[in-house]
Write a protein that binds this ligand. Structure first.
Ligand SMILES: CC[C@@H](C(=O)O)C(=O)SCCNC(=O)CCNC(=O)[C@H](O)C(C)(C)COP(=O)(O)OP(=O)(O)OC[C@H]1O[C@@H](n2cnc3c(N)ncnc32)[C@H](O)[C@@H]1OP(=O)(O)O
Length: 300
């Protein structure tokens, strides 16, 4: 890589880190300035984070069951703060995003949507949620959306910001945006095209189609269909079991794997190769590598 290329790369990494520090410390000056105060004016529900230290799996729960886990303004702010915590969780391996009371998320809280329907505030909310879901997508943790019940509108977009989607057999993902005279604004369209391809994305968005698990699996939107017979909590148990093989191993190695996949997915080849070398440098000769070499590994 040329000297100026390396300088450009260092500059882009510095900018990403600067944005991260600014957002976590709420440093004003970003283009979403002022929206936090407005979102705070729409309370209701919460976004809970439970870090399971033994497994390194965090549970991120949208908790607004009276509103089918619709995202109130304060929940959008909660989500940003929970992501700040996850971005610096060095022992973390994965995060499962779920909804309370057996349903995922019915999108934005419509009372908040009505109140900030003006273009200026709507655009700032859109950018705030787009930035927040992009940070979820880029977490150095393997992320799974556990979809029970309904994932509608912004809730459907939220599922696309996870690496994987697991659905219970009676669940539905629906991009209802067209019915509201809208298109996705939280990054859901850009991510959906990358997940299912542009033709399937066009069908799901233009038709506002209800995606059942089998259809979702066929088009690559759904990674596993969970058949749950007994009560509450079974879907989560099945999701953790599905995740198990992906997160076996030291947290730094799992996090390094996610980092090289994110850079391979998002960066131009030269920068992706540079990032891969940088991440490789963090695990080469690190404890997990040295321990593995000492054991004379045999991969049967
Ligand atoms: C489009 C992108 C993004 C945006 O631009 O911001 C959005 O996400 S906008 C919101 C898109 N979502 C919706 O339009 C979903 C609307 N809700 C429904 O379709 C149904 O409620 C349901 C989610 C399919 C559940 O139906 P059901 O099980 O029959 O329950 P109820 O309909 O009786 O709802 C229970 C209760 O919850 C309230 N509710 C549901 N969704 C929302 C929401 N998104 N915002 C606010 N409140 C919501 C619903 O009003 C009921 O409350 P009460 O009437 O007070 O009992």
């Amino acid at each position: 890589m040329s000297v100026c290329g390396a300088a450009r790369f260092r500059g882009s990494v510095a900018r990403i880190l600067q944005q991260h520090r600014a957002v976590c410390s709420h440093t004003s000056g970003s283009s979403t300035e002022g929206i936090r105060e407005k979102l705070q004016a729409f309370p209701g529900g919460s976004v809970e984070l439970r870090k399971q230290r033994d497994s390194g799996v965090a549970l991120l729960t949208l908790n607004n069951p009276a509103r089918r886990n619709a995202l109130s303004g304060s929940m959008m702010l909660d989500l940003e703060q929970r992501l700040c915590e996850l971005e610096t969780w060095t022992e973390g391996r994965a995060v499962i995003v779920q909804g309370a009371a057996g349903t995922f998320c019915s999108g934005s809280d419509l009372s908040a949507v009505r109140a900030i329907a003006n273009p200026h505030d709507g655009m700032k909310m859109c950018e705030f949620m787009q930035n927040t879901l992009t940070r979820l997508l880029r977490l150095p943790l393997i992320s799974v959306a556990l979809v029970e019940g309904r994932a509608l509108g912004g809730g459907a977009e939220l599922t696309t910001a996870c690496d994987f989607r697991l659905m219970t057999s009676d669940a539905v993902i629906q991009f209802v945006h067209k019915h509201m005279g809208l298109v996705p604004g939280w990054g859901g369209a850009a991510r959906l095209v990358r997940i299912v391809g542009s033709q399937n994305a066009l069908k799901l968005l233009s038709g506002a189609r209800k995606v059942d698990p089998d259809t979702g699996k066929q088009m690559g939107l759904v990674d596993e269909v969970l058949h749950c017979s007994s009560g509450e909590g079974e879907a989560l148990c099945q999701a953790e079991r599905w995740l198990g093989p992906l997160i076996q191993g030291p947290a730094p190695v799992i996090q390094a794997v996610k980092r090289v996949v994110v850079s391979g997915r998002e960066l131009p080849l030269d920068q992706a190769l540079q990032t891969e070398r940088s991440v490789f440098g963090t695990v080469w000769g690190a404890p997990a590598n040295l321990e593995a070499l000492a054991l004379k590994p045999k991969h049967k």
